[in-house]
Design a binder for this molecule. Sequence first.
Ligand code: ADP
Length: 375
Amino acid sequence: MSGPFDRGLPAADAGPGRVPDDAVDPRAGDEERVVESALRPHSLADFIGQPKVARQLDLVLEGAKRRGRPPDHVLLSGPPGLGKTSLALIIGSELGTAVKITSGPAIERSGDLAAMLSNLAPGDVLFIDEIHRIARPAEELLYMAMEDFRVDVVVGKGPGATAIPLEINPFTLVGATTRAGLLTGPLRDRFGFVGQMEFYETADLERVLARSADLLGVELTADGSAEIAGRSRGTPRIANRLLRRVRDYAEVRADGRVTLEVARAALALYDVDDLGLDRLDRSVLEALVARFGGGPVGVATLAVAVGEEPHTVEEVCEPFLVRAGLLARTPRGRVATEAAFRHLGHPVPRGGLALSGGTADPPSDGASSQTLFDA
Ligand code: ADP
């Protein structure tokens, strides 16, 4: 049976469609979560990269510790695999408090949430992953809990129902979301600190890999590490996963050391190309370029063309394709860049691409060229 404190992560994280153990899928499967916990950083000092979020969070936590009060509620947003859960756990360990973990889709009834909140000890951290998927009645209950540390427990039904206010212990909510734009205004406003997680630079991923190789007892050369980091889509989860796959290859086909040659051979075997694109990324780009002449095309149409759910294409493929400069989100739809044509080995159309000329049409699928996660 699943309870409200269950991670609910396979459903929340994986969504329908894509099998989450593709080599470069940024979402984690169940088994991977177990392996990952061994590689998680446990303190801010151990947490690599994300300098802006880490520095700001450090101040927030330090201030709270000095005042002897729980810090403001924290919202972490960004694509999967960038360290949101790790940071939530770090917040707990930096404050020396327990972290209770749940996820938006796992909270089906507001009563579940009320029970969870009233069980928190003073100063505890409540981590709600995929908070944008929380049911509306539970969200409304959360408003008062976040603001006044109170919940209304409704007793009875119909006209005779009464709401009994119940005090709860002061706590810190840490919400994580891959779609900050889907959060309602009242919920977003109740977070005192919002950290926008960015994709990692290659140098930071090399540091993540060096740390993980140490923990796993893998011998990793500098050029082997650079090769894996360069194909990890700016995502530590993918870097760690590729390291484990390359290690398997190194142990079976070579002398166990992860060198440049071993990394290249293993990554070719796992179908990870030199930009870190996998089959789904490539088929999205290929459809955009070959079937739709480079776009613009709506994300729903594009998803049908590759046999995927639109939200998988939007949340899993697109953030990195945009970041890599291969795809753009415009008000009229998705558009391939010249780099995408070149990467796939297609000639760039002579008349130029649809990228530059926007129209005033309203977005057909909520797309915006400005926001990466809010489309
Ligand atoms: P998210 O919650 O954003 O999906 P996680 O926090 O679960 O991401 O991170 C996935 C894995 O990536 C973690 O198990 C951890 O090993 C690794 N990781 C993420 N961020 C970092 C980091 N900054 N430094 C070291 N390892 C990291």
